[in-house]
Design a protein around this ligand. Structure first.
Ligand code: ATP
Ligand code: MG
Length: 560
């Protein structure tokens, strides 16, 4: 068990950030303000969902506010499509950001004036070292760096050069603006870090106004300060940046002083949670898009039929701690199953149809039976039309009548089975085609057995699902399995793509569903009895062409 694992659902997981906040509130803090700051360069994944739950959840818990801020300081990689999807994801998870969406680019003018401020205070300079030279001057973790020869430029010269960088006079890579801190610092982030780079790219918010763009470090803490963020929660890889974060706050005329707290990233086995790798899977067509139901993206999970409640419950069950951890996929799926078991309507779908003819039921007649939508919850009833011709699953029949009741709790010639929500039947006969394949099973129903026990000696072997062959509807069901065959697809030798499961996707074209299911709204989840949980596809399901995606099986299949 890693640190990120839920201990159990009843106990509150540990959360060091809540402890910090409770102390701050005791010491007079008036309002907690957090932010979720994605870079709009890809779609969000389950790791981001945790960050969203931590940031928005913390604000909600303490009646504070959480901002949604796009960290759009890197123009070449960012796209409107990602901005829109991220907003959709945050709302879907059930959170509301405070006020309007914010963009780091809204503050570009302020950042520029703060860069000038640093120059005037002797705390920043324009450096003309080439990237190769600069990296040599930086030294190594164990050896100090050397001062840049441009470190002693005058304030006037620096201000002039920065202005000309801004207006596009110089080539990309020819100059940068750097903070003047300490080239011998044991923390590499303090060795005169870069504040601005020349980038001649069109920005999705600011167009071609700027030819320079701030670095993450020069932007992030200042954005927090401008927005009055009190607790700036990020992941552990930023721990080394904290001294720099604080240096800027101490050396700039910022309106507030946020504090940064780092927590462990969430990783889940059998999948990847890196935007770069997810992008590669999408760009190289290993999956059908960012919302492919096999991906751990929020859009993918949603399309798969995971519910927002389940994703949130899972994230909230995890400790917020100072170590990274890998959580078992089985643990995540426990929350998906738990939520669907409680809330999904029950329905019947035959995935592998075999015709069953009830020889003592009149042709053309329809008997309307009814069944509860949910076995425990008050969710009403649904109508099940019963007819002479039905479909059952091929796997629920075996022509070998000697199979013992213990071994095979399904239909065999001469024995009894219950049709779910309907009659007890007895198989009497079968029809085969020229190739020897069974094409029809014949059976007789035992009158008076709907919702009633059958007479002595007619005890059914088990219960099986069915759909009327004449009243039911045809549907397409898409089945998904794990995308990777190994526990840590991106660890070890070789490319993570080599670990893709070639059988992670299949389509079953000829399924039969209860007629009521064609009216299911897209994204409605169901338990198809005995088969698992399925969802009406968000985009492709319609009354004409019902399309369901398999969300998850009824039982955990990860255990070896
Ligand atoms: P990736 O590593 O997948 O590219 P990122 O950190 O670059 O992700 P951002 O858009 O910068 O992506 O992330 C927005 C926020 O989500 C950041 O605060 C980041 O720390 C947090 N975050 C990203 N991945 C995870 C994760 N696996 N677990 C928890 N938080 C995460
Ligand atoms: Mg990042």
């Amino acid at each position: 068990m890693s640190n990120n694992d839920a201990t159990n659902t009843a106990k509150q997981p540990t959360n060091f950030i809540h402890q910090v906040i409770e102390q701050d509130l005791q010491q007079g803090l008036e309002k907690v303000v957090t932010r979720f700051p994605p870079e709009p360069n890809g779609y969000l994944h389950i790791g981001h969902a945790k960050s969203i739950c931590v940031n928005f959840g913390t604000a909600n818990k303490y009646s504070g506010e959480c901002n949604l801020r796009f960290d759009d300081t890197n123009p070449s990689k960012e796209e409107q499509e990602f901005v829109d999807a991220i907003k959709d994801d945050v709302r879907w998870l059930g959170f509301n950001w405070a006020g309007e969406v914010r963009y780091a680019s809204d503050y570009f003018d302020t950042f520029y004036s703060w860069a000038q401020h640093l120059i005037r205070e002797g705390n920043a300079y324009v450096c003309d070292l080439s990237p190769e030279e600069a990296s040599e001057y930086r030294g190594w973790a164990t050896t100090p760096g050397k001062d840049s020869p441009f470190r002693s430029r005058t304030v006037e010269e620096n201000l002039d050069l920065l202005e000309r960088m801004k207006t596009g006079e110089f080539e990309e890579g020819s100059r940068v603006l750097r903070a003047k801190i300490d080239m011998a610092s044991p923390n590499m982030n303090l060795r005169d870090p870069i504040l601005y780079r020349i980038r001649k790219a069109t920005h999705h918010q600011t167009g071609n106004t700027w030819s320079i763009y701030p670095s993450y470090d020069f932007a992030h803490g200042q954005e927090d300060a401008i927005e009055g963020v009190t607790h700036s929660i990020c992941t552990l890889e930023f721990a080394d940046h904290q001294p720099l974060y604080e240096w800027f706050l101490a050396n700039l005329p910022v309106p507030s002083t946020p504090r940064q707290y780092e927590f462990g990233r969430l990783n889940i086995n059998y999948t990847v949670t890196s935007k770069r790798k997810l992008k590669q899977l999408v760009d190289e067509n290993h999956v059908s898009g960012w919302d492919d139901p096999r991906l751990p993206t929020i859009q993918g999970m949603r399309r798969r039929g995971y519910t927002a409640d389940a994703v949130r419950n899972f994230c909230d069950s995890l400790a917020v701690s100072k170590t990274d951890g890998v959580v078992d996929m089985a643990q995540f799926e426990f929350f998906i199953r738990e939520d669907l078991n409680d809330n999904a309507a029950r329905a019947m779908c035959v995935l592998n149809p075999l015709k069953l003819v009830i020889t003592n039921f009149p042709e053309g007649e329809v008997e309307t039976l009814s069944a509860p939508v949910h076995p425990q919850k008050e969710m009403g009833t649904r109508e099940l039309p019963f007819t002479r011709e039905l479909y059952i699953d091929r796997n629920d029949y075996n022509e070998d009548s000697t199979l013992s009741r213990k071994k095979f709790k399904k239909l065999v010639p001469g024995d009894f089975m219950r049709l779910r929500g309907a009659y007890v039947i007895k198989a009497t006969d079968l029809v085969k085609d020229a190739t020897g394949e069974i094409t029809e099973v014949h059976a007789e129903l035992i009158p008076g057995t709907v919702g009633e026990n059958p007479p002595e000696g007619m005890k059914p072997r088990g219960v099986m699902h069915w759909v009327s062959a004449t009243e039911g509807k045809q549907a397409v069901v898409r089945v998904y399995d794990r995308l990777f065959n190994v526990e840590s697809p991106d660890k070890g030798e070789g490319n993570f793509l080599d670990n893709i499961n070639p059988d992670s996707y299949s389509v079953i074209e000829n399924c039969w569903i209860e007629p009521g299911l064609v009216d299911a709204a897209p994204e409605t989840g169901f338990q198809f009895e005995r088969e698992g949980y399925f969802v009406a596809d968000r985009y492709e399901h319609s009354a004409q062409t019902p399309v369901f995606n398999k969300t998850i099986g009824l039982r955990d299949t990860w255990k070896k």
